[in-house]
Design a protein. Structure first.
Length: 418
């Protein structure tokens, strides 16, 4: 089949598009400016250490991503799958039980530790109310306004709803879209028990999908060209029946000067702290509720990097005014307050993705797949019509763009037979 398609960007969206295209018989070439595939979820080398450029949490509801991972041969032990359990250093814990929906979630809320009984019952009523209205508001509002409306601003908001909002939307509750947050709750806590499972990567983010996808594509005869920057969209389009632009929205102006969308961005900061190899967290993922750090991950328990902790700070905040040394010292101090006797770290490294995601606010307007030029399509987490900018949103967008490109080409071939 003479269907030559170029994919610009080898992040999760671009590789999802490329795998979908190649699986349907198209001739695919992927162009990636960086040295390794992965985009904003990739392996990096800094200060002599090989690290992820951020710590990602996946959910059991990420059906498209897991399907693509199976397609390209990612082994099942590349991730650690555990029932949803949120544990904080100060004693709060919540775990959804494996009962048919919605009883597993409701039982988990009633059994949550660190909450007064009235707040547990209130949380159950909140979820039942959301379910009755289909996890959708007729008029969007902020997550903070939603929680206040349902009396969820107490300890339950502090430990559960607000951290889930920041983790999933990478936007502070004061400005985050309630409807996008509700879409997350619908497909995780509001769905079957396994949909809310926590899926923690046990390999680096490039190995989790983009690199196996690269090997799979090359075995199919596709090309993946890392270290190759595309600067002339017209020249690329003249050589291909379609082009999928799977780059960050802030990079589109170079290739699409007429692209009109302007976005506000939010950062994700990850501070890596290397302790003595025997140092461990009590659980692979531990919450900290009252400082800068939101979650700490034990990389030793996940990837075998013994003694290495990853402290994650999502969204904007005071930490953006700190030097890397100040931030690392603050992260260590907050973790040490939760783990008595924690020794000083042997080294630290701070990785800040300043444009990690778009801000998912109530005023956000997202572009569609069409780029405004014939045969040119957009892919990226920012294009998903209802999901926050997650890896699942990225791969869903790649699949959609690929299917649209193929469908339009087939219709064109039918209208203009050779």
């Amino acid at each position: 089949m003479d269907r030559r398609v170029a994919v610009v960007g080898a992040g999760y969206a671009g590789m999802a598009a490329a795998v979908t295209l190649a699986g349907r018989g198209a001739q695919v070439t992927v162009f990636e400016s960086g040295p390794v595939p992965g985009g904003r979820a990739r392996r990096v080398t800094t200060q002599g250490h090989t690290l992820d450029n951020g710590q990602h949490i996946l959910a059991g509801a990420y059906a498209t991503l897991f399907s693509l991972m199976r397609t390209v041969g990612v082994p099942s032990d590349a991730v650690l799958r555990i029932p949803l359990e949120l544990r904080y250093a100060d004693g709060f814990s919540f775990r959804a039980l494996y009962f048919p929906a919605p009883f597993g979630l409701l039982a988990g809320l009633l059994l949550a530790r660190g909450l007064p009984w009235s707040e547990r019952v209130g949380a159950v009523r909140f979820m039942l109310a959301l379910r009755r209205q289909g996890f959708r508001l007729a008029e969007d509002c902020s997550v903070s306004a939603l929680l206040e409306r349902h009396a969820q601003n107490g300890r339950i908001g502090h430990y559960l709803w607000k951290p889930l909002c920041v983790s999933a939307l990478n936007t502070l509750p004061e400005s985050a879209s309630a409807n996008v947050f509700l879409a997350v709750l619908r497909d995780t806590l509001g769905s079957d028990a396994e949909a809310s499972d926590l899926i923690l990567p046990r390999v680096d983010l490039s190995r989790l999908f983009p690199e196996p996808a690269t090997q799979w594509l090359r075995a199919k005869g596709a090309e993946v060209r890392c270290g190759t920057t595309v600067r002339d969209l017209d020249a690329l389009r003249s050589e291909h029946q379609a082009v999928i632009l799977a780059v960050g929205p802030h990079q589109l102006k170079t290739l699409l000067p007429d692209f009109a969308e302007e976005f506000e961005y939010q950062p994700i900061t990850t501070c890596y702290l290397q302790y003595e190899p025997r140092t461990r967290l009590p659980v692979p993922m531990l919450g900290l509720a009252d400082g800068l750090v939101q979650w700490v991950f034990d990389r030793g328990a996940l990837t075998g990097e013994k003694g290495l902790f990853a402290a994650v700070i999502s969204a904007q905040g005071d930490h953006q005014q700190m030097t890397q040394e100040e931030l690392a010292a603050t992260c260590h101090r907050e973790i040490a307050a939760a783990i008595p006797g924690l020794p000083a770290p042997q080294w630290s490294s701070v990785i800040a993705e300043k444009r990690a995601t778009i801000a998912v606010t109530t005023s956000l307007k997202r572009p569609g797949i069409e780029a405004g030029r014939p045969g040119v399509y957009l892919a990226g987490d920012y294009t998903d019509p209802e999901y926050p900018p997650t890896l699942e949103a990225a791969v869903r967008s790649g699949v959609r763009a690929a299917e649209r490109a193929l469908t339009n080409q087939e219709e064109s071939d039918h209208d203009h037979p050779k």
